[in-house]
Design a protein around this ligand. Structure first.
Ligand SMILES: [Zn+2]
Length: 170
């Protein structure tokens, strides 16, 4: 059984703590909805640090591979999960103040004494995924072939029946 990690996010940032590990994608139920196969894993690295103004923040690095489901043909295709995010930790009541910050390269999350690290990483991955994942144009061929094969099956059976009744009559 995979152990989930919970951290006191402000304490984690102020003390420059680090957490790294490998997690199977099966631990990410919301991400699973986007995947063609449940397999795969990611490695992650979470680091706490003060930003240049001394405000607490978390750096999240993720590296891995998943099979996204193509929205055109519903087949899977490999998609690298590589991301690096900086998350400001906002105390209660400060979140709105941060969200109007001009620096839109840095997101804010509410400081949490019991932050679910896996949930935060899953959220970052979901935000990084394309809105409607698809194969590159013209690469959905295998699915088209499968649909054609299904269409031809009734005719094949029909031919067999003709042969059979023909033999029977002789
Ligand atoms: Zn496709």
């Amino acid at each position: 059984m995979f152990a989930r990690h919970f951290i006191d996010s402000l304490d984690f940032a102020h003390n420059g703590r680090e957490l790294r590990g490998i997690v199977p994608l099966t631990e990410m139920p919301r991400l699973q909805d986007m995947l063609a196969t449940p397999d795969g894993k990611i490695s992650y690295f979470v680091r706490g640090l003060p930003d240049k103004d001394g405000k607490p923040m978390l750096e999240v690095t993720v590296d891995g591979l998943c099979q996204l489901r193509c929205q055109r043909c519903l087949n899977g295709f490999p998609y690298p999960l590589k991301l690096f995010s900086r998350l400001m930790l906002a105390r209660a009541g400060e979140l709105n103040e941060f969200s109007v910050d001009e620096n839109d390269e840095v997101d804010s999350i509410a400081a949490d004494k019991h932050l679910d690290v896996m949930d935060m990483i899953e959220e970052e991955i979901l935000l990084s995924l394309p809105f409607a994942p698809k194969h590159p144009q013209g690469e959905c061929h295998s699915a088209v072939k499968e649909i054609n094969a299904l269409d031809k099956r009734p005719f094949a059976i029909h031919e067999d029946l003709k042969c059979w009744s023909g033999t029977k009559r002789n």
